[in-house]
Design a binder for this molecule. Structure first.
Ligand SMILES: Cc1cc2nc3c(=O)[nH]c(=O)nc-3n(C[C@H](O)[C@H](O)[C@H](O)COP(=O)(O)O)c2cc1C
Length: 164
């Protein structure tokens, strides 16, 4: 974990502000995480169904090591918050790359819980946000990673046309 987090920390960071940090959730803290999610869901979504509560309980107990990536921008700084958030995004990508380079698998998940004020309060200081829950583990035997559709380069690449 130390190696992966060290790799993840080596990112573009305009102004050297380190506007992000990691919080790891230990294996024996998963029930406590489930309780935070349960309370947040009950309070913030009065129409939440049993299935939704079950899904959050499953989420809290997903396999692997859980790293919560926190965006911690410095407000009112000459480096815009947008650039600091971009830096945080590169940390997430680097963490995925580090995990896969070390032959683990990793997934970056958000969903309502990343935007819930109650979940936020359980992880963040004022002014911080949850950038993602990153689960790092090993593929269960016999399971393969499912590839998802990827962009066609021609759809995302155009030579610049100067304005006339
Ligand atoms: C900010 C952010 C949030 C994401 N949240 C989710 C999510 O909630 N559920 C999901 O299935 N994928 C989510 N993804 C996408 C995948 O987790 C991500 O593509 C994956 O971890 C990397 O696998 P890939 O190489 O197959 O794309 C998110 C990606 C980002 C950048």
């Amino acid at each position: 974990m130390e190696r992966m987090l060290a790799i993840a920390s080596r990112v573009p960071d305009h102004g050297k502000l380190t506007p992000w940090r990691f919080v790891t959730v230990a294996e024996d803290q998963r029930d406590a995480l489930a309780e935070v999610l349960r309370k947040a869901l009950a309070e913030e979504d009065p129409e939440a169904t049993d299935a939704h509560f079950r899904k959050e309980d499953e989420f809290a107990h997903y396999g692997g090591t859980l790293v919560v990536l926190i965006s911690a921008p410095v407000e009112n700084h000459k480096i815009p918050v947008w650039e600091q958030q971009l830096s945080c995004g590169t940390v997430g990508m680097n963490l995925l790359m580090a995990a896969h380079a070390l032959v683990y698998v990793a997934g970056w998940v958000t969903g309502w819980r990343a935007y819930s004020p109650k979940v936020n309060a359980a992880f963040c200081n004022p002014g911080e946000r949850i950038a993602g829950f990153i689960f790092i583990g090993q593929l269960a035997p016999g399971r393969e990673l499912q590839e998802r559709e990827r962009p066609q380069l021609a759809n995302v690449w155009k030579p610049w046309q100067p304005p006339r």
